[in-house]
Design a protein around this ligand. Structure first.
Ligand SMILES: Cc1ncc(C[n+]2csc(CCOP(=O)(O)OP(=O)(O)O)c2C)c(N)n1
Length: 647
């Protein structure tokens, strides 16, 4: 157990750090935002006093105190807040986004909690005996994803301590205006044993935390510590709407330093304060002198060509994907599959996961209906070295995972300055033509195109979707793997179907997902480039055939399997030859993928581009009725008609 002097030193370090930050914000030294921990120091110090080697801390926007109590470097923290290259994350993260050793923080309320639970589950799976501590505030109890995380943490007995710092206010909103019932009972409703204390005393926080952490280590499962605490400063820099008399009373009666100080010898206390004052001054001055980072990251793209293998006996797309999952799971016990209703005998809504749970019962997890939570948990597992594959039952529900994908999964590597990897695959069936109606038929991947840090891949029957999935599974970075529903029962092409076509596969460096080009064998040079992916590539292939035989229009079809990051080389090579481009997609027309294709072509070619068009779904929800659905979604006839207008 840490001695009293040391506890005081830690409390005082945080206090002086935060005061220095606030003072200097008003002088313009810092930029952006900050959320200081003044008044709450006892929580971080008391809880983290019991952290053991290799254990994990996940924190939120108010993370400086947690970071310093974890053992983080003060100069690096100042530097991070200043945006300097010596910062904890090289200036990429700033005040709310820190990562060092086993410490992580992110500034989106609630979003970290499934990730933290996933980390705890990864530690449990590998029987490391290590636990996770996750800090959150009372206001975060308004976020739905928190309850997904509590549910899964309890259900799967994740070794995690939720530390709720209940300072009775969220930004400017008092808890009375935002929270019904009690935080402790909410935790207990999930069968998570919870202890509630009303204290700013570091010893009291410490003794409760110690007991709960010991319980987790001995018995497993989650626990919660709910601490009524007092925020002394503004929410961030100057936004305190509370009555100053209330805050003054907190400072008089609930100051963790004043509560703890009488336990120290006054001389020892003065010496500690002098040492810390010097440490803070020095760290601040060093950070001020530290260099600014240089933006020197460059994507590198090179194109090479290769022929795909050909064999006449082809499985369906579904079988190919299913086989890839079986193979991955049999190779390495770090691979896990999570999703709703994926257990056998049902085997998932579209059967891509069939047979997996029977063969690998320990590593195939059926989940609650918690799309955001599942992705968060899987992200936590991925951060701790597992390789999860998540199934989102219908692509329409990617709206629910957007925060996890965009603000967590895709950002971690970059904002933590390349120190982590998130080897996570999110598979999902997309698309219409099955009469499932407006909320189960959409093509929504365009919402995720252009999200930095995320690879979006769409297999076709032209290549081997299973190989593509296998590559995605061993990718160290996150992949959104979009499977069009109509492709599932389609046999992989080669042999007969493609005998009329010349097929090339282009692999661009930096990705394993090829772009295919396809043109009529023995035909004159194509005068039009048609671009399509996923199932639309199938319809476009039929259109290319029809255009050649019925209209003597020869087109080259370009089919990327990686939609994002956007790989322009094979596309622009084709458009450079034909000078005409038709982009075809199943998503809605406006602000879609095709718009990007046309914009790139026109930027590159200017007036050399003779004509460009798009074929896409109408800007309408997708109706269930067959004829209505057909009228909304693009078909072969639409592609043929558009092409004829262009040539
Ligand atoms: C999803 C989300 N919504 C809103 C915000 C803006 N915001 C940042 S902190 C905060 C208040 C959080 O309150 P609480 O969880 O009680 O933590 P405290 O600030 O009191 O430590 C809000 C609304 C955010 N960061 N993330």
């Amino acid at each position: 157990m840490t001695d009293s002097n040391d506890l005081y030193r830690q409390l005082y370090r945080i206090r002086r750090f935060e005061e220095t930050v606030l003072d200097n914000f008003s002088k313009g030294v810092f930029f952006g935002t900050t959320h200081t921990y003044l008044g709450q120091e006892a929580n971080a110090v008391g809880v983290l006093a019991h952290l053991q080697d290799g254990e994990i801390v996940f924190s939120n926007h108010r993370c400086h105190g947690h970071f310093l109590a974890y053992g983080g470097d003060m100069r690096a923290l100042f530097a991070e807040l200043m945006g300097k290259s010596t910062g904890v994350c090289g200036g990429r993260g700033g005040s709310q986004h820190l990562h060092w050793q086993n410490f992580y923080s992110n500034g989106v309320q609630g979003g970290i909690l499934p990730v933290a639970a996933g980390m705890a589950l990864a530690e449990k799976r590998r029987q490391s005996g290590k636990l996770v501590i996750a800090f959150l505030g009372d206001g975060t109890f308004g976020e739905g994803v928190l309850y997904e995380a509590l549910n899964m943490a309890s259900l799967w007995e994740a070794p995690i301590l939720f530390v709720v710092e209940d300072n009775r206010i969220a930004q400017t909103t008092p808890v009375e205006l935002a929270l019904a019932g009690s935080i402790t009972s909410r935790c207990m409703a999930f069968d998570i044993p919870a202890v509630e204390i009303d204290s700013s005393g570091v010893l009291e926080v410490s003794s409760h935390a110690e007991r709960l952490l010991d319980e987790i280590r001995l018995q497993g499962g989650p626990r919660a510590l709910v601490v009524h605490t007092c925020r002394f400063g503004p929410h961030s820099k100057g936004d305190d709407t509370r009555d100053p008399a209330v805050v003054a009373a907190f400072r008089r009666e609930r100051d963790p330093l004043m509560i703890h100080a009488p336990r120290l010898d006054p001389e020892a206390r003065a010496a500690i304060e002098a040492e810390v004052n010097l440490e803070v001054e020095t760290a601040f001055a060093q950070a001020m002198d530290d260099p600014w980072p240089v933006a020197d990251w460059q994507p590198s793209v090179q194109t090479t060509q290769h022929q795909p293998s050909t064999s006449s006996d082809q499985p369906s797309v579904l079988k190919s994907l299913n086989a890839a999952l079986h193979q991955a799971l049999s190779k390495d016990d770090g691979f896990v599959v999570l999703g709703e209703d994926i257990l056998d005998p049902y085997g998932g809504a579209f059967k891509v996961t069939q047979g997996l749970s029977e063969a690998f019962p320990e590593r195939v997890l059926t989940t609650p209906i918690s799309e955001a939570g599942i992705v968060g948990v899987a992200a936590g597992m991925a951060l701790r070295g597992l390789r999860p594959v998540v199934e989102i039952m219908f692509g329409d529900f990617v709206t629910l995972i957007a925060d996890q994908v965009i603000n967590h999964v895709a950002k971690f590597r970059w904002m933590y300055n390349d120190q982590v990897r998130v080897p996570l695959v999110i598979r999902t069936p997309m698309g219409g033509r099955r009469g499932y109606g407006p909320t189960h038929s959409q093509t929504l991947e365009k919402l995720f195109l252009g999200v930095p840090g995320l690879r979006v891949v769409a297999p076709t029957a032209l290549g081997a979707p299973g190989d593509l999935l296998a590559q995605a599974i061993i990718d160290d970075d996150p992949v959104l793997f979009v499977e069009n529903k109509l492709l599932y029962l389609q046999k992989l092409h080669h042999g007969d179907v493609l005998s009329d076509f010349e097929l090339h596969s282009h692999s661009v460096s930096g990705t394993y997902a090829p772009t295919y080009t396809l043109s009529m064998r023995g035909a004159p040079a194509p005068g039009l480039t048609i671009l399509a992916y996923g199932y639309m590539a199938e319809l476009a292939r039929q259109a290319v055939f029809q255009l050649a035989y019925e209209h003597e229009i020869f087109a080259e079809l370009v089919v990327p399997t990686q939609l994002s990051p956007f790989e322009n080389d094979p596309i622009s090579a084709s458009i450079g030859r034909t000078r005409r481009v038709l982009a075809v997609e199943e998503g809605t027309l406006t602000l879609g993928w095709g718009a990007e294709i046309l914009a790139r072509a026109s930027e590159e070619m200017g007036t050399n581009l003779l004509v460009s068009r798009r074929v896409a779904a109408r800007d309408l929800p997708i109706p269930a009725s067959g004829p209505l659905e057909q009228a909304v979604l693009p078909g072969v006839a639409d592609i043929v008609e558009a092409a004829r207008k262009m040539v």
